[in-house]
Design a protein around this ligand. Sequence first.
Ligand code: B12
Ligand code: SF4
Length: 505
Amino acid sequence: MRLLLVHPSALMYSEIFLRLEPLGLERVAAAARDAGHDVRAVDLQVHDQRDLRRLVTSFEPEAVGFSLNYLANIPEAIDLARAIKRVNPGCFVFFGGHSVSFVAEEVLEQAEGGVDAVVRGEGEPAIVPLLEAVRHGGVDGAPGVVTPAGRGPAPSMLHSIDSPRPARDLMRRRNRYFIGELDPCASIEFTRGCPWDCSFCSAWTFYGRSYRKASPEAAATELASIGEPNVFIVDDVAFIRPEHGHAIAAEVERRRVRKRYYLETRSDVLLRNTDVFERWTRLGLKYMFLGMEAIDAEGLDLYRKRVSPDENFRALETARKLGIAVAINLIVDPAWDAEQFRVVREFALSVPEIVHLTVMTPYPGTEIWHTESRRLTTRDYRLFDIQHAVVPTKLPLDEFYRELVRTQAVINRKHLGWRTALGAAEVLGRNLLHGQTNFARMLWRFNRVYNPKRQLADHRRPVRYELPLPRRVDVGDRQQLYVHTKRATRSGSSPGSAADSGTDL
Ligand code: B12
Ligand code: SF4
């Protein structure tokens, strides 16, 4: 079957710092291709809609699948799906991905016939049965598939994340993927899932709190096959299991793979498994995101982060000693006043790290969605990008955005100070020499993208598609929040005791 897979465009505010390959979509593409389907892909982060239109006309896909990891992309995807249906009414159009898995029924309704089905959960085990069912004329009853007629059986879970290997070759403009100065940059997955249960996050509810590891051999072989000199490790929390991090490192050393790495982890994991991170610095680990989320104990408790401020500060010290550059994420509480923004500015200026701010946003699939959604001030999907306030702010909204952007600008200026500028100039020269311009463009675009007036104006746009309100569930019963309720069953996929223990990893 001719299958076209589409990743929607980048969200404005993230494009400044990074743009990464759609790994999930590449894995779905690989599963379909391995089963003999003819697969093409378009990533609208790096292509425009004309390219999509051309492909729809020339390739004449029998099925088109959109990747919807991000709620904010849902309106764009619905409009594109409807446009495809207008040109080719016989084409089977479906959605899949993280966020749409939590609002499948409502999105189908909103698309008014423009979307035939939504796949909930992991795409690799779902895609081949789905395409088979399309070929035989009826997808109702396929695992994980939701149609206007209702839900099929629960989504299947991949037995082992070792395969299929992402179809990276389908992404034609790979040189456009970057993160900061790691330009160009590929992505890889060593583990899937997260055993913690932070209240603002849906990573754990999507996978039913399971945790799977790639085999060290498969991970290293895949790494060795990547052409780019830089790699972003997409794991929610890298190197939770020290023996796994060491085993991959050993395989990477054996193959003499040398890259520069960016990863994301937690403070307690960095403190507990410092030796693994230290070993990876020798292999090229340069940057990490640390989701600190709050600088005070009250905030950390609120998000059920299960980390103390002291651990966070010790983790920063450790990263500094290891020579890893850290980007800290802090969650902006809409209840902040000007004084709290000032405290954060002061903190951000007092540490050498890059500080990122994201606005606390209740997302479907999180616990706070069920406790906070009654307070929503907007249900415009496009504003659910953690850069807009969607619950009431203590400050008037215009002032809130002024304070937010002012804080972001202060932090940004800090990083464009003369010392950083000199360092950046060197990197810039090197990248430009290789024809890589992503990092250079990013440096000068901040003021155009971050603008309080623009953020406020985003709230006044006419809204066509609204995020549905949550169905009543008892958040005490965790299973009700999960997309995957069953664990994978075969070897390589065992979540182990960590999955249920939460913090005692
Ligand atoms: C890596 C990552 C990123 C990367 C890469 C993004 C990219 N281009 O793919 C970067 C760092 C760029 C990023 C940025 C952001 N991210 Co992000 N990200 C993740 C993370 C940690 C892992 C995603 C991943 O690659 N997983 C591995 C692959 C293999 O899995 P996958 O993509 O989920 O795909 C599987 C399924 O979803 C499904 N699937 C996916 N696509 C399709 C398509 C079809 C047709 C089918 C059938 C199935 C299917 O099958 C795949 C294989 O099993 C997730 C958390 C998580 N655990 O999912 C957050 C997550 C998706 N991100 C999130 C957010 C908020 C953001 C930002 C908005 C943050 C910000 N403001 O800066 C930006 C927006 C990026 C943008 N598009 O513009 C939220 C989503 C919230 C929401 N409900 O909308 C998540 C869930 C994190 C969280 N804890 O809440 N992100
Ligand atoms: S540790 Fe990170 S990925 Fe895991 S639940 Fe908390 S925020 Fe989400």
